[in-house]
Design a protein around this ligand. Sequence first.
Ligand code: PLP
Length: 409
Amino acid sequence: MSAVAEQTRLETRMLADRINALEESSTLAMTKMARELASKGHRVISLSVGEPDFKTPEHICEAAKKAIDDGFHGYSPVAGYPDLRKAIADKLARDNNIDWKPENIVVSTGAKHSLANVIQVLVNPGDEVVIFAPYWVSYSEMVKLAEGKSVIVDGAFENDFKVTAAQLEAAITPKTKIVMYASPNNPTGAVYSETELREIAAVLEKHEGVYVLADEIYEYINFTDEGHFSIGSIPALKERVITVNGVAKGYAMTGWRIGFIAAAKWIAEGVEKLQGQVTSGTNSIAQKAATAAFNGPMEPSIEMAKAYHRRRDLVVGLLKDIEGFKVNVPQGAFYAFPDVSYYFGKSDGETTIKDSDDFCNWLLNNSYVSTVAGSGFGAPNCIRISTAASDESLIEAVQRIKDAVATLK
Ligand SMILES: Cc1ncc(COP(=O)(O)O)c(C=O)c1O
């Protein structure tokens, strides 16, 4: 073994088991590889990152500047400033028909942090967490960190990647603690309708010790006529639903890192206790910006959603034209999630594509378009393509993909 390999082996042994057991985030890994190729001078089109390509609206930026001038420089309360928690409670009443008080809200460093907090607070070793697949890459790793067991339930392509109430019923056991899902969904763009969520709720009503972690971070990027429905608005489940949301996607504020939970007081207090020992209150300036976002005009978010809708149509139309690609029509968020398994086993003469990881790596190295393999999302036949890019980039990227796969035989 070389000296470098030996050093790496020793270092890995020194890391805690829980870290060695964790997967690296596949979306961040792909983005890193794309950056490396770009730094070598290649014209990479990066469609791997889950990030709006819009700027944060002006009135929100102004609120942040004012917060600095007004001297919000100190530690903030662990659960968030009272005016932000009130703004979130008002938003939940206005948009989601959810009636919680500010004391039921805890603000954290992004919705990712909110989700991880809840899992740490509710999951004991061995508890089962039912995850609707395809799912966002971090869910199963968060469960692993809490020593829980992920129970993955697959939404069928034919059902727009959505899990049915009957499938959920079959997955629940006496050990089930949480059911978690995102709607609109990353990576599929699937949106659960009110009818579907009421059917799911009817199953959950029968299982008293089961909690629901409803990730609504893409709420404002929804292309359906019906619009968004929150399972937390169903009175019979209110005490057991933890609604998670934030500012990242709908207000183009990924870097500001503000997310929140809305939940029964004992859960909110558990999250506050954890956060009090680990991170304290989140960034003071970003909280003031988020307050302006939740209290302010929705037009910028509506305009962004319109642009994502238009690009969805553009990209889905172009992808459907590629031989072998099976494409669903996303109803929200900003991703396309084609099934590319037609190409598994095919080769360009040098490389044989075995799975979606191979497919994405090969695509990046041959067409300089970065996408993310579906394997990390629990859907190994698919790849995720972000549509949060300009029309020109999207058109060129899909053309490059089309040209590249035409060489696979
Ligand atoms: C489904 C889903 N939930 C949560 C998050 C995290 O959001 P935030 O940036 O607020 O941490 C993301 C971000 O990609 C996501 O796709």
